[in-house]
Design a binder for this molecule. Structure first.
Ligand code: NAP
Length: 284
């Protein structure tokens, strides 16, 4: 591949960064269409978010993605942050145009696109969210904004769930107890695990998944390694429809790519192309 000054330059920054699937995913989009573009992973420490942002402007990058620990830092660094990103409290996509930086969060619309692709109707749905961290913020704002009837956030630290739900009319907070899990699940249409419980390399997992025995909800886990967490395996055994975190990862990436490049993609067609490639890359 021969690069020129016109080549669209993109990156993903994080610490750690080696595990990120984004360079593979964006590389496959570039290769598929033969775009004059490159997308590289860059290890950037938490104190260096602003330094990298300046450098990306100087090097004429058209944008970059950000993962841990940069998503919150960027709110104070970009020239303009989109309203949704401010509300969610995190930026995962920075667009650079004529020396100015614009921050977005594509996790929220990415989740909506992933659910729509699976045929889930959000409007009027009762949603149960487990966890109140960064990913949960994006998911809760997205679902509430898309017309969910109710969004209940269960969290180990109940105050964090309260802070998240305080200004959202259809949302409420609850403690992460077996009783709350069971009663909320029984009337939920959608249950999303937004905690790292069950993730490869994480010691803790759900102690008790019996709350899935008495629900008709669709079960979603933001984790994609392992491919099926115990939460999703149990949901499948109960006959529930399931979705793991790869769908969100793909859709948020496609939306970022559009923001960086101003190229409009057929999102569902790209998803169909990327899903098996990413699955293979994850060696499943
Ligand atoms: P985070 O900000 O650190 O939040 C973690 C949440 O999990 C908090 O609510 C925390 O509760 C809860 N939690 C952690 N350990 C727990 C335990 N032992 N028992 C009960 N609750 C526990 O993390 P995040 O960025 O939101 O990420 C959450 C998950 O989503 C991770 O697995 C991440 O890999 C995944 N994710 C996937 C995608 C994707 O594209 N698929 C995107 C973003 C994130 P407390 O508030 O009580 O600490």
């Amino acid at each position: 591949m021969i690069f020129s000054r016109k080549t669209m330059k993109m990156a993903v920054i994080g610490d750690p960064i080696d595990h990120s699937l984004s360079p593979f995913m964006h590389g496959k989009i570039i290769e598929e269409h033969g775009y004059d573009a490159l997308y590289i992973p860059v290890l950037v420490h938490g104190n260096d978010t602003a330094k990298f942002t300046k450098m990306a402007e100087y090097l004429e990058f058209c944008g970059f993605n950000a993962t841990m620990p940069h998503k919150v830092n960027l709110l104070d660094i970009v020239d303009e942050a989109d309203n949704d990103a401010r509300m969610i409290g995190a930026i995962n996509t920075v667009q650079i145009r004529y020396g100015k930086t614009y921050g977005y969060n594509t996790d929220a619309p990415g989740m909506l696109a992933a659910l729509k692709n699976r045929g889930f109707e959000i409007n009027g749905a009762d949603v149960m969210i487990i966890g109140a961290g960064g990913a949960s913020h994006a998911v809760v704002h997205a679902l509430a904004g898309a017309g969910a009837s109710s969004v209940t956030v269960l969290n180990r630290t109940v105050n964090k769930a309260k802070q998240l739900t305080d200004n959202i009319a259809c949302a409420q907070a609850a403690a992460l107890t077996a009783e709350n899990l069971a009663s909320c699940a029984s009337s939920a249409d959608l249950i999303i695990n937004c905690t790292p419980l069950g993730m490869t390399g994480v010691k803790n997992a759900f102690d008790d998944l019996s709350f899935l025995d008495n629900t008709k909800a669709m079960a979603v886990d933001l984790i994609y390694s392992p491919w099926r967490t115990k939460f999703l395996s149990h949901a499948e055994e109960c006959g529930l429809s399931v979705m793991n975190g790869l769908d969100l990862l793909i859709y948020q990436g496609l939306l970022s790519f559009q923001i960086f490049t101003d190229i409009e993609l057929d999102l569902d067609a790209e998803y169909k192309y990327l899903f098996p490639l990413c699955m293979k890359k994850l060696q499943l």
